[in-house]
Design a protein around this ligand. Sequence first.
Ligand SMILES: Nc1ncnc2c1ncn2[C@@H]1O[C@H](COP(=O)(O)OP(=O)(O)OP(=O)(O)O)[C@@H](O)[C@H]1O
Length: 598
Amino acid sequence: MAQTFGVNLRGVIDLLSHHLYSSPRVYVRELLQNAVDAVTARGLLEPGAPRRITLECPEHTGDGTLRVTDTGIGLAEDEVHALLSTLGGTSKRDELGFARRDFLGQFGVGLLSCFLVADEVRLVSRSAKGGPAVRWTGRNDGTYTVQVDDSARAEVGTTLTLLPRRDCDHWAEYATVAPLAAEFGSLLPYEVRVVGATDTAVVTSGGFPWTRVDGETSAEHRDRMAGYCKAVFGFEPFDALPLEVGAAGLTGVAFVLPEGAHPGARQAHRVYLKRMLVGTSVEGLLPDWAYFVRCVVDTSALRPTASREALYEDETLLAVRDALGGRVRDWLVRLAATEPERAGALLAAHHMGIKSLALVDDELLGLAERWLPYETTRGAMPLRQFRRSHPTVLYTPDVDEFRQLAPVAAAQDIGLVNAGYAYDTDLLRRIADRDGPDTARRVDPRELLAALGRPDAATEAALADTVRVATAVLHDHDCEPTLREFDPVSLPALLIADADGERRQDAEDARADADPLWQDLLGHLVDAGSGAAQRLVLNTRNPLVARLAEVADTALLESAVRALYVNALLQSHRPLRPKDTAALTGSFLDLLDRAIGH
Ligand SMILES: Nc1ncnc2c1ncn2[C@@H]1O[C@H](COP(=O)(O)OP(=O)(O)OP(=O)(O)O)[C@@H](O)[C@H]1O
């Protein structure tokens, strides 16, 4: 025979009330939510019925309790059993179990959050549908009592009384409840009042703060939005974009951060669901690339998680994310067309997000190309500008390589772009895909070598010995010397990597460490290649290099070549291998020894 699960009520109540929600503060939200739903339900039945919700704090009630009264639909005795006394019992789903559009609640567990702060909850209610008033008392051990008592309450509606636990008194105080009610409920459609000893706060304000009010000029609206953003997020926005996604019943405003937000920064949006605050740092409302935008929205179609503190990642949320991302993107494109200066400043401030979007969006690719500055041998400038004087954009995919090649390229009048930062190389590849392979190309260091002039025969002859010694010394470092004359004169030597040679060198290094089986195979690879992995290009225009021709002492020549090699290697920012470090130390000490003399 099939048996049903036994349920330990106290355990379930503890689980739901203490572990579903992140903080006891949410009990205020759940109370407001039930009261709002009850008022809404009554309004559907009796359009002219009063719509009031009042929270009376212990300072006012005088007996240590918090009292929440609403003029809502109330509950009859059978409903009290079916809804209040049943976990998961809710009046807010339709026959098929779907959450009904007009209501905030849907899970039938919210009332349990009262047990976060109270041991006992008392309810007195009179239903708008008729019948006598009824009393219900629930305790955190999972027991409850129901009593029909027609004298308990004359008017239709519900009063809920919380007896705070001894250690939770502060959760019921006016100083806590009034700000919490304001935070969660300021946009609710009915008047919510919090009463303390002498103060009364009406926490609801009517319309959405982002809706333009009658008679407000667009400049006034903009100023008001800037003030609202400052109050909510703490920054002066670069701009405020109205948001509207009809299909998701969404309205709101998106604020663009003024400068350099970090791309890894968490998106933190303020989300209201049917006018009740879900959370102040809800994620996933915008695509990742829009990390520089913060939204405040109200929506009726997105689904909250049961704790009501985050959004459920479903198809609707995906569609909303797409729609809002599209809105931000269109705004960017329009800004670039109408206010190019401002757009340029914004794009420069948020270039990471824009670049990541430009990888998949042609229009943004155009904006990135027109506005985002790149480091080039002609100074910092957008690619569009660079392309005007360089039909083919030569770029290095590596910052270190750029640092090393740029001075030489600039002196030879070769334009070079540093595409070593995030997304840059991919963007240049996209531009080449769009406009043709000749538009942008990774520079091959060897083509730079080809652009450097050969020294005259006399210079070559004078340095023949130097080259011979250098060839022997550099062999150990898988490097070959070459003589060229180039600017800048101050640069004695340039180290250029040869991709084929590098691969061969890697294989050779691997062979040294590999077991015999692999050594053979790697040996084939090593032998198949030709040429060294690197080339040390000695600049014959440099006075130091020129003077090497006069050095007769071979040992000194060797140290000088080693020193030039290591110096060029350091400038290329490539890692030093143990033999390079040894060359650095050896040549330095030898030259020092010679400089000091005997
Ligand atoms: N102030 C009230 N007036 C009338 N009915 C109420 C009131 N508070 C609670 N109820 C009834 O008790 C039911 C259970 O409330 P509870 O807060 O536990 O869940 P819910 O609001 O339906 O869903 P959720 O878990 O999403 O809040 C409600 O569906 C509602 O029918």
